[in-house]
Design a protein around this ligand. Structure first.
Ligand code: ADP
Ligand code: MG
Length: 247
């Protein structure tokens, strides 16, 4: 579904992404791990069109997407959540997801036509899917941090993606919120057949839910493989897993 080859992105003279390679097959849950500053967020910005690569290729279902505008990449079937919560705080939970659904359908809000009911069925289905239906009329900035992160996933689902990209979906979450988020990611994969690419600093969580793992260090790909292959890799142990002490 997604193939990233020899991707490079510099800021000034600094190569934040420096020869990254990544493959995501349809239906997989793939994790990108690596120390802070390894280039994970930059890699995701490149895939979703928020940044343009200096060189390398990004193929989505066999077609080059590098350098396309974010809305065009979104229409092709890739949507994402951000590391920092990125929702409209003064709008309700329902309205945040509704905007995503309507903008996908290229319907705009018009001053003189009622919008309350538009796409309501689909929005409610998404909210029910992620477990936020009971909070549909709550103003988003009143939600807990965990609920806001889940709402962001719901907003991404409003784009009806084939590939969902999540940048540190559990960042800042309390343990029980993290547990709920893991269950949600699994459910989206199993029940909706969604392909999911995420990055995460919690290694335990990564080894729990990812089918395959890509390890990124200093902008480059050290290895991409199954859980056991990655766990056994000496370079990974030295460069990353040993450091964190998590494995
Ligand atoms: P990660 O998500 O793995 O923690 P990032 O992709 O956020 O890493 O950052 C990789 C490196 O690129 C970091 O050293 C960061 O400071 C740098 N960087 C990221 N974005 C920019 C930018 N817009 N301008 C300059 N440097 C940046
Ligand atoms: Mg990051």
């Amino acid at each position: 579904m997604l193939r990233v080859e020899s991707l490079v992105k510099s800021f000034g003279g600094f190569k934040a992404v420096n020869g990254a390679n990544l493959q995501v097959r349809a239906g997989e849950i793939v994790a990108v791990i690596g120390p802070n500053g390894a280039g994970k967020t930059t890699l995701f910005h490149l895939i979703t069109g928020h940044l343009t690569p200096d060189s390398g290729r990004i193929l989505f279902k066999g077609r080059e997407i590098a350098g396309l505008a974010p809305h065009r990449i979104c229409r092709k079937g890739i949507t994402r959540s951000f590391q920092v919560v990125n929702i409209f705080p003064r709008l309700t939970v329902f309205e945040n997801v509704q905007i995503a659904v309507l903008s996908r359908e290229r319907k705009t809000f018009r001053i003189f036509s009622p919008v309350e009911g538009m796409a309501a069925e689909e929005v409610d289905r998404i909210l029910s899917n992620v477990g936020l239906l009971e909070k549909r009329d709550v103003e988003s900035d009143l939600l807990s941090h965990g609920d806001q992160k889940v709402l962001e996933i719901a907003v991404a689902l409003g784009g009806n993606p084939e590939l969902l990209i999540l940048d540190e979906p559990t960042a800042g979450m309390a343990p029980e919120e993290t547990e709920r988020c893991i269950r949600l990611i699994r459910k989206l994969s199993e029940e909706s057949g969604l392909t999911i690419l995420f990055c995460e600093h919690d290694i335990g969580l990564v080894f729990e839910i990812a089918n395959r793992i890509m390890v990124m260090v200093r902008g480059g790909t050290v290895i991409q493989g199954g859980r056991e292959e990655v766990r056994r890799n000496r370079e990974v142990q030295n460069a990353y897993l040993g450091e964190s002490g998590a494995c």
